[in-house]
Design a protein around this ligand. Structure first.
Ligand code: SAH
Ligand code: AVI
Length: 329
């Protein structure tokens, strides 16, 4: 007789995304220092909460980057060849892409995002607002290999990676992503990328501890998602949001702190938490211009231009792919 198979295990055969989510949560919570990768923040509600964060007075990066894109739209667009396809990594609400799509003569826009339902609704809104634009959405994890739609064949490709989402990677992951992007976009590709800069720790602290509690809700939503999608029983009130600037590593860290000693069951497996123990949910690295240029160079990209906001708090970089060796890896 074969061993009984749990219903959830059977379901995962048809749902590899759920299997990967469970594997990452189980393995992250089995470490001495518990952690969960930040890409799991983004279910439908997580994406909506991220948008709410961008509207808080404390979260300066979105406003700073929008001001750079608006003030330099024509100059940035001049590096996007007519008839190119613009591939955006982590497109979210597409607010920033719209500025470039209106300033350049692109033939197609490919928003890539892990938050599938949110992506679909934002694409509908975009098609409604820019009726002539050809949009080819790709719901995918951009840290894993994925295919571009076949319609992109033969078109010059320009990557767009705003929001300083690169800052959510460790240095080796940032290098791997940039190499992978060079390979995906092909010879002579360009990448327009937004990067948050090292600054006054007080500004950073408030940006990740907004007074309306949006960042806290975004962080805690991860536990709600695990409860819903992985048959778990986190008591959300027994965890709290904790974010601080780690000066030594030039990064803002986000954690969920257990308010009590407790046990949580996730898809049939128990995990114990001490009072005060944390789940590390995100790092948001802040770069100096020199460090970013060095990392980009190490991944086969040459910095061709850089635009900065009035407060020098954020920068948008134009990178040009220069090393064939990364393309043929
Ligand atoms: N580009 C937007 C959104 C930034 S928030 C802006 O600048 O405002 C980060 C976005 O990246 C979210 O939409 C999230 O769903 C997406 N994302 C995060 N990790 C991802 C991954 N591994 N693969 C694909 N998309 C990811
Ligand atoms: C998407 N990413 C760059 C954001 C950041 O600032 O690290 C996500 C975020 N986390 C908390 N607030 C916003």
């Amino acid at each position: 007789m074969t061993a009984p198979v749990r219903v959830s295990q059977q379901a995962e055969k048809c749902d590899p995304a759920r299997a990967a989510f469970r594997k990452d949560v189980w393995s992250g919570l089995s470490q001495d220092l518990k952690s969960i990768p930040p890409k799991y923040f983004y279910d439908q509600h997580g994406s909506e909460l991220f948008e709410a964060i961008t509207r808080t007075p404390e979260y300066y990066p979105t406003r700073a980057e929008l001001s750079i894109l608006n003030d330099n739209a024509a100059a940035i667009a001049s590096h996007i060849p007519a008839g190119a396809a613009m591939i955006e990594f982590g497109s979210g609400a597409t607010t920033k892409a719209r500025i470039l799509l209106q300033a350049a003569q692109v033939a197609a826009y490919v928003p890539v995002d892990i938050s599938g339902a949110f992506l679909a609704s934002e694409v509908k809104r975009l098609e409604n607002d820019l009726p002539g634009l050809k949009v080819f959405p790709v719901a995918a994890d951009f840290t894993q290999p994925f295919e571009l739609p076949s319609e992109m064949e033969g078109m010059p490709l320009v990557g767009f990676f705003p929001g300083s989402t690169l800052g959510n990677f460790e240095a080796h992951e940032a290098t791997a992503f940039l190499r992978h992007a060079a390979k995906l976009l092909g010879p002579n590709a360009r990448l327009i990328i937004g990067i948050d800069r090292v600054k006054d720790p007080d500004i950073l602290h408030h940006a990740y501890n907004d007074s309306a509690g949006m960042t806290a809700a975004f962080n805690l939503n991860l536990l709600r998602r695990i409860n819903r999608e992985l048959d778990a029983n986190f008591d959300i009130d027994k965890f709290c949001h904790y974010a601080f600037y780690n000066r030594e590593h030039s990064r803002v860290e986000m954690h969920l702190v257990s308010r009590a000693r407790q046990k949580v069951r996730i898809d049939g497996r128990n995990f114990e938490f001490r009072r005060g123990e944390t789940i590390h949910t995100e790092n948001s690295y802040k770069y100096t211009p020199e460090l970013f240029r060095t990392i980009a160079q190490g991944a086969g990209w040459r910095q061709a231009a850089v635009w900065v906001d009035a407060d020098q708090s954020f920068s948008v970089h134009l990178l040009v792919s220069e090393e064939e060796k990364y393309i043929s890896d």
